[in-house]
Design a protein around this ligand. Structure first.
Ligand code: DNO
Length: 357
């Protein structure tokens, strides 16, 4: 297992590379060109800048999260071919600096969705929270809800919540009226059939991120939601470069998803994993907790064990953390709780390794 830490870039993150370097076990950053508009070719100069920054601290840049997929590709519009060509060129550029994994998602319009970014936990810390009744009722106005949530982000930008997308929200919703789950599968297949050979040639594994939460919201289709659909994804293009980002917290918010089982089954096609815990309430609401198993509903020990049993050699990162010790940071992406998460994951891993011999 190779430990990594998500970093948003100089001037765009409350956490510095120097701090990341001092977290035990971290070998690389998980990065992206966050200011590059979706659909553009990522310029070589900007990629090289990140490489230069990271190499000062001897951190690798093997994992990119995310090269986002333009909505026209997900919608299957005629303009998709242009954006797919651009995507291929970005893959080639990333291959030139030795990137090994590209995380992406295929969620229509919205990436990860929460209703409260600073919900108080019993210990006084705050964390990301999803309240079903705020999202899942007839007549919900996504525009109002999303505006309200982003305004509550205390000025930090959030990955997948690019403001320019929300200016086109009404038009996008109209366009998705013609897209059901099967059509979305078709559009994903079309995309993968073109980009996977390019990824193969460049030594890169594409790793799709599960939908978060893993069910339809605002009437939009969502397909990367469960073990069965992950298998369907893997079979769309049978290549080691067509893989999964195993995100425990995203898949895990549906209690029917057995995460250790999914890991044991597909580990060879999981080049990258996000590990975090969530506490699911009886009514289906959920909140992100510390990584520790007993603090949430997911058995993180069992999840790490499943990776360990398979001698997992892919990349792992702790996922969202709580906001603790008065840290001022991007929602879910502070230093302290994610660093604690790393120590917990590595602690479990080390014991399991020791017990092997
Ligand atoms: C949120 C993240 C997601 C994730 C994308 C991957 O914190 O987990 O935005 O990066 O869905 O494409």
């Amino acid at each position: 297992m190779k430990m990594t830490f998500r970093w948003y870039g100089n001037g765009n993150d409350s956490v510095s590379l120097e701090q990341i370097k001092q977290i035990p076990g971290v070998e690389g950053i998980v990065w992206a060109l966050h200011n590059e508009p979706v659909g553009n070719i990522w310029p070589m100069e900007k990629i090289l800048e990140i490489q230069k920054d990271a190499s000062k601290y001897n951190l690798n840049i093997d994992v990119v999260e995310s090269v986002n997929v333009h909505e026209d590709i997900k919608l299957g519009l005629p303009t998709r071919d242009l954006y797919i060509e651009n995507y291929k060129k970005t893959i080639e550029n990333l291959g030139k600096v030795g990137v090994k994994v590209i995380c992406y998602n295929f969620m229509p319009i919205f990436d990860w969705t929460r209703t409260d970014l600073y919900k108080k936990l019993d210990d006084g810390s705050t964390a990301l929270f999803y309240e079903k009744s705020k999202v899942e009722f007839e007549g919900v106005n996504p525009l109002v809800l999303i505006k309200e949530i982003s305004e509550g982000s205390k000025g930090y930008t959030m990955p997948g919540w690019e403001p320019e997308k929300f200016e086109r929200l009404e038009k996008l919703f109209l366009a998705y009226k013609n897209i059901n789950e099967e059509k979305l599968w078709e559009n994903l297949k079309y995309f993968l059939e073109q980009i996977i050979p390019v990824a193969e040639l460049n030594g890169i594994k594409m790793a799709i991120h599960p939908d978060d939460p893993p069910w339809s919201i605002f009437g939009l289709p969502r397909i990367i939601t469960c073990g069965e659909n992950l298998e369907r994804l893997l079979n769309l293009v049978d290549s080691k470069s067509n893989g999964i980002t195993l995100c425990s917290g995203s898949l895990g918010s549906n209690p029917k998803n057995n995460i250790p089982d999914i890991i044991r089954r597909y580990n060879e096609r999981i080049p990258f994993a996000h590990i975090r815990n969530i506490k699911i309430y009886e009514n289906g609401d959920f909140i992100e907790t510390s990584h520790r198993s007993c603090d949430g509903s997911l058995d993180i020990t069992e999840i790490v064990k499943a990776f360990n049993e398979r001698n997992y050699e892919g990349y792992i990162r702790p996922d969202h953390g709580r906001h603790i010790w008065n840290e001022k940071c991007r929602p879910g992406y502070g230093l302290y709780d994610r660093a604690l998460g790393i120590m917990y994951i590595l602690g479990i891993w080390d014991i399991l390794e020791k017990n092997k011999y």
